[in-house]
Design a protein around this ligand. Sequence first.
Ligand code: SAH
Length: 201
Amino acid sequence: MVAEQLRPHGVTDEGVLRAMAAVPREEFLHPKMRRHAYEDRALAIDCGQTISQPLVVALMIQSAAPAPDEVVLEVGTGSGYAAAVVSRLCRKVISVEREPALAEHASATLRRLGFDNVEVAVGDGSLGWPDDAPYAVILVAAAAREVPQALLDQLTEGGRMVIPVAVNSDDPQDLRLYLRGPEGVSYRSLFPVLFVPLRPG
Ligand code: SAH
């Protein structure tokens, strides 16, 4: 995966490559799906959701560039895979998932594999997670129609947020990197992506 899917497609950060190499993606999949674990694509998990494509996980984390002492908020835990990868590169991950069954399963997988610096919470991640805010990095793994103001408000100065945005559900989704600087928030587009929708509630 590292040699064939990640390095040739723009993942250059050695820390990110090491984290990707260290997390067994098959452990986050249903036993029936495990033989597909190293295919270069998103795969089905429970509740009609998906585990993201490894390349997209790696590029999102590389773009957000978490530092070892920083706290990361992830919206959309899903299988827990991306949370596990980013947990290797930061101090602590808070990951919010709206489907209780997914949150419970991801939390059990993370505990079983020893990812002790990840906390999974159930809730509407478009509201962020005020208890531990602000965050240096926010990773959103579901496509938003508009960027939730609560998430921008929970970024530290110098903070980075990566989020897919599509105004209409049929539009191509634009993966964006938001930065909070001393003069406010700005963003640039990274590349087109395909995520499940960010659902309210
Ligand atoms: N990062 C995941 C991929 C998650 S797919 C992984 O590595 O496996 C996106 C997830 O976002 C789904 O599990 C979906 O249930 C969740 N989701 C959608 N809207 C949400 C919301 N408002 N708050 C929290 N989670 C949400």
